[in-house]
Design a binder for this molecule. Sequence first.
Ligand code: G1P
Length: 293
Amino acid sequence: MRKPIRKAVLPVAGLGTRFLPATKAVPKEMLTVVDRPILQHVVDEARAAGIEKFIFVTGRNKGVIEDHFDIAYELDDTLRRRGKLQQIEALKADMLPEGAAMFTRQQAPLGLGHAVWCARDLVGREPFALLLPDMVTSAGPRGDQCLAQCVEVYERFGGNVVAVEEVSPEETQYYGIVGIGEDEGHAFEINGMVEKPPKGTAPSNLIISGRYILQPEIFDFLENVEKGFGGEIQLTDGMIELAKRQFFHGVRFDGRSYDCGSKLGFLNANIAFALMREDLGPQLRAELKKLDL
Ligand code: G1P
């Protein structure tokens, strides 16, 4: 029996400089894909994968994230008096149970590896999920989302798991990349990792897609890892050290991801998610046709 994956870490301390001025006063994780904050989509994906406890690594100016997952008393009261019971129920469904959300702060923007390390005491010594909220994923034909597929592979093999996705060779320089051996299946053993390799040097076209299952020993390596790409403490560098002692599997997940950290990915996510909605899809499709594309 594997140790169950109960906790998820969500690093939400980033400044969102690529989205200024939208993110001057609003955390980038609270920008919406259709009518739900990006972060709500990611939390929903984690809940669907069985996650019970949510550890948010926040920073200054991120207070509304805490508010979002709490009761909004005045709003509830007003909606109740107006008889808007459906809306009350919808808000309730998005909330996290009492005690399920935990918050800790990353005090300086030292990199993703450092942000994850800040969650070490809240995670404790158990394997955990990590979801990067820049990435929003949609389910594949089987209906399960990326993290659920990672958990399934973890239950089969144990160790560490990262979701991967194929991109064009020109794009590999912007992501963490995994090396792959002979195995071409849905889940495969990773034989190397590199963070943002210079153009033309990537070991494959498979990017690390922002969903991970990690063993707690990662924290021991993150504590000592040197600054890497961009002068930041990189999670990938910690994983490279951990991979010398433990297995890492890659999952080519069914479904796709939208990199909401980029403007194009964010716009793409909004259109794709709206088109999937019964209440919006048909009308939006008709409106898009009217545009001079
Ligand atoms: C981070 C990771 C990178 C991963 C990417 C996915 O990079 O370091 O390995 O491929 O997220 O979005 P960042 O986007 O923070 O530069």
